[in-house]
Design a protein around this ligand. Structure first.
Ligand code: PBG
Length: 326
């Protein structure tokens, strides 16, 4: 046999050889756990379409985050479900709104041992379910919305967020938030921009978790990205970096590994990827039927996201992976 007979298989022969030459490895240090906290409940409420995920009470959230810190998970990102929604989403910037009180609880609970991130958007807080305020024709008003994002950033910063994470895909949102934070003396609060966020069909279980239905059977295609496009993601990220984003995100993850790889090659800020609710639910559902090995698939998928270039991975598998020991 000619060259290169069996050459590529030599280093795959034993587990130790494979371990030695592995290029990408997922660690607990890469993980951020998305968590939901709800205002009007007295016990944690399971989210049926996200097995293992619950809407937390303030008390159960404290306990969960203390345990996650104990498992070595470096960060959590909070989503709030308010008791009262209105057209503007005003509970988002209420100093006593659910995410703000939860941030104070958690700072008290874990100090600086874990990074506290707050998702910054209005869809959980508006009665129409859009990520901003509406114009008379039903479209989202970009400039009025980013004013409200700036207010929300101040409330979250004041409540102790280390990182605010705008996820509404409004143009200019990062600049508006940075200016508001700096103007308030909160130069230490970092921004993780959901920079390349697609109008994906994979967010369904998340919307169950936050009790969001978009009014009139609408969608977010007027502000989130069209998944036919890849280059456009790089333009989105470039704007956000220029506007002052400290970290940028690609979301969802698995159908967008090309975007993650391209972003990694082009930009030098830390890159996050969000393995979203639909991605998690698909693994759980197939595993429940015995059609796939869920633990193995989860590790394979999340390692692929790391291999593509993500430094930070938001995943509902965070706790499970940490408990398994990576
Ligand atoms: C918006 C937001 C969404 C997700 C994170 N932030 C929903 C949306 O854009 O409709 C989805 C996350 C997931 O599916 O896990 N606040």
């Amino acid at each position: 046999m000619g060259f290169p007979a069996r050459r590529l298989r030599r280093l795959r022969r034993t587990p130790a050889l494979r371990r030695l030459v592995a290029e990408a490895r997922l660690t607990v240090d890469d993980l951020v756990a998305p968590l939901f906290v709800r205002e009007d409940i007295s016990a944690p409420a399971p989210v049926v379409s996200l097995p293992g995920v619950v809407q937390h009470t303030r008390e159960s959230l404290r306990k969960e985050v203390r345990e996650l810190a104990g498992l070595g998970i470096p960060g959590v990102i909070l989503f709030g479900i308010p008791a009262r929604k209105d057209a503007e989403g005003s509970e988002a910037w209420n100093p006593d709104g659910i995410v703000q009180v939860a941030l104070r609880d958690l700072r008290d609970e874990v100090g600086d041992s874990l990074v506290l991130m707050a998702d910054l958007c209005l869809d959980e807080y508006t009665d129409h379910g859009h990520c901003g305020v509406l114009l008379p024709d039903g479209a989202v008003d970009n400039d009025a919305t980013i004013e409200l994002y700036a207010r929300t950033a101040l409330a979250q910063g004041e409540a102790g967020a280390d990182v605010v994470a705008p996820s509404g895909m409004m143009d200019g949102q990062v600049a508006a938030i940075r200016a508001a934070l700096d103007g308030d003396g909160r130069t230490d609060v970092a921004i993780l921009a959901y920079a390349a966020k697609y109008a994906s069909a994979l967010y369904g279980p998340f919307r169950d978790a936050v009790d969001v239905t978009i009014a009139g059977g609408g969608d977010r295609k007027g502000y989130q990205q069209d998944w036919h496009n890849g280059r456009e993601a790089l333009a989105e990220i470039a704007f956000d970096v220029e506007e002052g984003a400290d970290m940028v995100m690609v979301k969802p993850a698995l159908a967008y590994l090309d975007v993650i790889a391209a972003a990694r090659a082009r930009f030098d800020v830390p890159l996050a990827a969000y393995h979203v609710s639909g991605e998690y639910a698909m693994v759980k559902a197939a595993a429940e039927r015995g059609w796939i090995d869920g633990d193995a698939v989860a590790l394979e998928q999340l390692t692929a996201i790391k291999r593509a270039g993500a430094d930070v991975i938001l995943t509902y598998f965070a706790r499970e992976l940490a408990e398994r020991g990576l």
